[in-house]
Design a protein around this ligand. Structure first.
Ligand code: MN
Length: 291
C-alpha cells in the first residue's frame, strides 16, 4: 500500500498515477488528550486502518498524483535519526573533498569497525521535514548546500533496545529521503536541520511491498544531470543494525524516520534547481529548490 499526504493535509491511497482521497479514515483514530505520546498517530494505527483505507477507496474522489501538492507522508514524527558516512565511496569522497570535511568533519575511522561505530547516528530537527511538493528553501545562501539522497525507513511502533533480528517488525514502510546539508564547520544538527532540509516522499510504501530494502537501486538527478546513483546493498551498516544501534539510546516511536545514509556524488544545489530522486520499488519525486 502506498499512502500519501497532500494539498491541505488530505490522506491519499496511491495506485499507479492516481490518488484516492481516503481522508475520512482519520475519523477512526482515537481522540487525543494531553499529554500526548510522542510520535505520529496515523502511522501508529496504519496497520489497523488498512481495511478502512481500502473500504474508503470505493467511491472516493480521485486526482492525478502529478496534480497534487505532496506533503511529508509522516505528519508529526517525534524525531529524524540519520546515519553519517554509511557508503564507502561517500566516505572516500568526504576524505578528499575539503569542502565536505572542512578539517572538522573528517571521515577517518581507523580503529573502529565502521563509521557509525565511531560517529554514531545523529538527529535532525523533526520540524525540518517537508514533502516533495513543498520544496527546499536554501537557508545558507552563498554556501555549498548539498543534496543527499537516502533510503528513509519509517518506524511503525514504539520500541527500545530492539535486536537487529527483530528490527524489521518495527518498520512501517519506506520512502525516499533527502538529507539536505550545508557544508561547513558547524555541528551536523545545525547544518542539516534548517526548515525544509529534510524531504520525505513521494509517499510511504508499506513494508510488505518491499521484499528486500537492502537491495534497492536509487539515484538523484539535478536538472536532468546525474549526481548520485547507488544501491542499498552497499550500506556499510545495514538497516537492521541501524535500528538496533539507534534504539539502544533512543526509544523509537511510530513515525520516527531513519535516514540510512547517502552514497557518493553529493553536490550543491541552487535556487531554481529541480531535484529528481528515485528509489527502486518506491517511486520517484521531483523537489524544487528555491531561495
Ligand atoms: Mn545524510
Amino acid at each position: 500500500m502506498k499512502i500519501c499526504r497532500y494539498n491541505e493535509g488530505r490522506i491519499g491511497l496511491v495506485e499507479g498515477d492516481i490518488v484516492h482521497d481516503v481522508t475520512s479514515v482519520a475519523g477512526q483514530l482515537p481522540a487525543l488528550r494531553w499529554p500526548v505520546e510522542p510520535g505520529d498517530q496515523f502511522i501508529e494505527h496504519l496497520e489497523a486502518l488498512k481495511p478502512a483505507i481500502l473500504a474508503a477507496k470505493a467511491g472516493s474522489a480521485t486526482a492525478r498524483l502529478a496534480d497534487v501538492t505532496l506533503l511529508s507522508p509522516v505528519a508529526t514524527p517525534a524525531k529524524i535519526i540519520a546515519a553519517p558516512l554509511n557508503y564507502h565511496a561517500h566516505v572516500d569522497e568526504s576524505l578528499v573533498d575539503a569542502q565536505i570535511h572542512n578539517n572538522v568533519h573528517v571521515a577517518h575511522y581507523e580503529g573502529f569497525a565502521s563509521p557509525v561505530a565511531k560517529f554514531g547516528v545523529f538527529l535532525k530537527s523533526a520540524q525540518s521535514l517537508v514533502g516533495a511538493g513543498e520544496g527546499v528553501r536554501i537557508a545558507f545562501p552563498g554556501r555549498r548546500n548539498d543534496h543527499e539522497v537516502e533510503l528513509a525507513v519509517v518506524i511503525g511502533k514504539r520500541g527500545k533496545d530492539i535486536a537487529a533480528a527483530d528490527a524489521f517488525s518495527y518498520v512501517a514502510g519506506y520512502s525516499i529521503g533527502l538529507d539536505m546539508t550545508v557544508r561547513g564547520t558547524e555541528d551536523r544538527s545545525y547544518r542539516k536541520s534548517a526548515d525544509t532540509y529534510s524531504v520525505l516522499g513521494p509517499y510511504l510504501v508499506t513494508a510488505d511491498e518491499i521484499a528486500d530494502p537492502g537491495a534497492l537501486a536509487f539515484s538523484i538527478h539535478v536538472n536532468d544531470e546525474p549526481r548520485q546513483n547507488a544501491n542499498t546493498r552497499d550500506l556499510i551498516t545495514g538497516i537492521a543494525e541501524l535500528i538496533e544501534i539507534a534504539s539502544r539510546v533512543y526509544t523509537l516511536y511510530p513515525g520516527d524516520i531513519l535516514m540510512t545514509g547517502t552514497p557518493e556524488g553529493v553536490n550543491t544545489v541552487q535556487p531554481g534547481d529541480i531535484m529528481h530522486a528515485r528509489i527502486e520499488g518506491i517511486g520517484e519525486m521531483r523537489v524544487a529548490v528555491r531561495g
